[in-house]
Design a protein around this ligand. Structure first.
Ligand SMILES: O=C(CO)[C@@H](O)[C@H](O)[C@H](O)[C@H](O)COP(=O)(O)O
Ligand SMILES: [Zn+2]
Length: 210
């Protein structure tokens, strides 16, 4: 067998790469200029701080790339974000393959998050549902369950979708394009983690920043 040809069949289109970067920056620029969205981010931080201070927890759910986000954020709370400090209670409802396959198989994929919320959530907890379309049925059903359970509903979404009407707090990336929305979600998620860490652990924060 001859050497493997690892070159791409077509020349790499650097114009396309530049367009991707520009599009991503454009959505983030809109977030930079969107005072209402920034105020909503602060309100979500306050809601999460209240939950942690009252002994409650944060639960997160999402599909595909947003499932990865749910795990990413939960790990940042439970382990650490920017500096060492005690762990904070957060659970990604996307990680237990036995629960996910049992619920999907026995009750249906739509009930993936609502069933786990019914089992794990307590009044005063916060559910962050991450969905770029804003219409994923399992997230919508999750929010319906929150109403029955006294759980605060935060939607991390894009410009459209039914979650806008269902959630208590809507953090909408100003785009309808899934990858661009996901890139902005990561920015918003990291801002929320940073602000919560700073508020809860002010002296450790100051030490880490000095
Ligand atoms: O990561 C991506 C696309 O960038 C995909 O895996 C994407 O997350 C999946 O198609 C999801 O099922 C989309 O769900 P949603 O964001 O509309 O709730
Ligand atoms: Zn993706």
């Amino acid at each position: 067998m001859g050497a493997v040809d690892v070159s791409l069949p077509l020349p790499v289109n650097t114009a396309t790469i530049a367009d991707y970067i520009r599009d991503s920056i454009a959505v983030k620029q809109k977030i930079l200029e969107d005072q209402a969205l920034q105020a909503a981010i602060v309100r979500v931080v306050e809601v999460c701080l209240d939950a942690f201070r009252n002994g409650n927890k944060i639960l997160l759910g999402g599909n595909g790339g947003s499932a990865a986000d749910a795990q990413h954020v939960a790990a940042e709370f439970v382990s650490r974000f920017e500096f060492d400090r005690p762990g904070l209670p957060a659970i990604a409802l996307t990680v237990d393959t036995s629960a996910l396959t049992a619920i999907g198989n026995d009750y249906g994929y739509e009930l993936l998050f609502s069933r786990q919320l019914e089992a794990l959530a307590r009044p005063g907890d916060v559910f962050i549902g991450i969905t770029t379309s804003g219409n994923s049925r399992n997230i919508l059903k999750g929010f319906e369950a929150c109403d029955r359970l006294g759980v605060i509903k935060v939607a991390l979404c894009g410009a459209g979708g039914k979650v806008h009407e269902l959630a208590d707090h809507v953090l909408a990336a100003p785009s309808t394009h899934t990858p661009r929305i996901q890139e902005s979600h990561l920015l918003i998620e990291h801002m929320i983690c940073a602000l919560i860490e700073e508020q809860l652990f002010a002296s450790e924060y100051k030490k880490a920043k000095s």
